[in-house]
Design a protein around this ligand. Structure first.
Ligand code: ADP
Length: 412
């Protein structure tokens, strides 16, 4: 109703009027003085104690700083959610690791919690990056080459939270790099394989041209035979390259068509026996009479059988048997092909299914090999949930076998 100053003036005026009235009424001077002093004191106390109303003028005085935002890192759900993340994830406050999920602990060790992030992730690129992290213009992601071990590569991403809190996520790129390397190696190898016969073809064609029709019939025949052989090698290589890319593209598509493996193997054996290959007559087939029903891709299974049997024909000794067997083993069926030949030394066996891997390159070329046959076999086998096994005794021979799960007759 009254502002503070008006109330004070009114209170003092009332005390003075009360003192005058008391004097006029005949009060003694000491009593009037004591009452007046008590009135002044009460007025002063009330004036000091009463809260000052907020005035327009006070509104522009600086507001107190806002309370800091609650930290995400300290949220009760954060650690639980971080553990569900498959990539290593770290939370840091003032560069000290306060949170590390299971994946981060597995990668960097339990001691990282409480440690400085630059000691937890010991890598020059990470240290340099973290040193600049306070600045504005920093890259979102960096590459940690040879981390944590030589030959591996991880990337590191950082997200700044409120205050000095940060989240750091590491991702393993080693497998992606290896796949990239394999792809470029494959292109380089394929180009090299094609270049060799192509160079031979061009060389012999140019020689024939230079001879200007003066080459005798025998020389011409010899050169043309070489040209034909090299052209066929290129043709086989192109066929195998197309096969491997088709088989690889289908790798994750489970076959759903019921097929009879026994019938497929019988057809392949018949084709090879009828072929003009030198050892067509050496094939000995020991196939179970019954059907071997499974879910499969008939063309691919035929190719698998063809590649294994023709390898045995190529690398086995002349006039020795190439034995093809098909037999049921519980709920699986085993196709095995044995030859009698030089065999394969143990150290080569794990690498035979790599593309273009050959034990003896010259020998493989001389028998028309492309180095892709067993890589194709491996992919077809994997697509059919098969188990490939290569057993060999140097000087004696080799047995290549694949087992496949059988489907109940009538389909699965
Ligand atoms: P290639 O076209 O050269 O035969 P493959 O991928 O079929 O390629 O086989 C890879 C290598 O494995 C061959 O070059 C050969 O050295 C070896 N190999 C495959 N099968 C046999 C076998 N039955 N006996 C001996 N060596 C074999």
């Amino acid at each position: 109703m009254f502002d503070r100053l008006s109330s004070l003036v009114i209170a003092l005026t009332l005390i003075v009027i009360a003192a005058i009235l008391a004097a006029l009424a005949g009060g003694d001077a000491l009593t009037i003085a004591i009452l007046a002093a008590a009135g002044f004191a009460a007025t002063a106390i009330v004036h000091v104690a009463a809260p000052a109303p907020v005035t327009e003028a006070r509104a522009d005085i600086a507001a107190p700083p806002p309370a800091p935002l609650p930290s995400l890192l300290r949220h009760p759900d954060f650690a639980r959610r971080a553990d569900q993340e498959t990539d290593p994830l770290l939370g840091t406050t003032d560069n000290i690791v306060t949170v590390a999920n299971d994946a981060a602990i597995r990668l960097l060790g339990r001691h990282i919690v409480g440690a400085d992030i630059r000691t937890a992730i010991r890598h020059p690129a990470a240290t340099e990056w973290l040193a600049q992290a306070a600045g504005a213009e920093i890259p979102q992601e960096i590459s940690l080459v040879d981390f944590p071990r030589p030959g591996q590569r991880w990337t590191m991403r950082i997200a700044a939270l409120s205050g000095s809190d940060r989240i750091i996520i590491l991702s393993d790129r080693s497998a992606i790099d290896a796949a990239d390397r394999m792809r470029s190696d494959f292109v380089a190898n394929a180009s090299h394989e094609l270049r060799t016969p192509l160079a031979a073809i061009l060389g012999y064609v140019e020689t024939l041209q230079d001879m200007n029709g003066e080459a005798d019939a025998e020389t011409r025949h010899r050169f043309l035979s070489i040209i034909e052989r090299e052209a066929r090698r290129m043709q086989q290589l192109v066929i195998d390259l197309l096969s491997i890319s088709r088989v690889e593209a289908d790798r994750f598509r489970r076959p759903t068509t019921p097929v009879d493996l026994a019938a497929i193997v019988r057809t392949t054996v018949a084709q090879l026996r009828d072929s003009e290959q030198a050892r067509a007559g050496d094939i000995v087939a020991k196939l179970d009479d019954g059907a071997q029903p499974m879910l499969g891709d008939a063309a691919q299974l035929g190719q698998l059988a063809h590649n294994i049997v023709s390898n045995a024909m190529k690398y086995g000794r002349a006039a020795t048997p190439v034995t093809v067997e098909l037999a049921r083993e519980g709920d699986r069926v085993r196709l095995s092909v044995s030859d009698q030949g030089d065999g394969i030394a143990a150290e080569h066996i794990p690498r035979l299914t790599e593309r273009f891997y050959r034990v003896d390159e010259a020998r493989s070329r001389s028998v028309g090999g492309t180095g892709l046959g067993l890589a194709i076999v491996k992919h077809i086998s994997e697509r059919h949930q098969g188990q490939l096994d290569i057993a060999s005794e140097p000087g004696k021979g080799t047995r290549v076998s694949v087992t496949f799960p059988l489907a109940e007759a009538g389909g699965a």
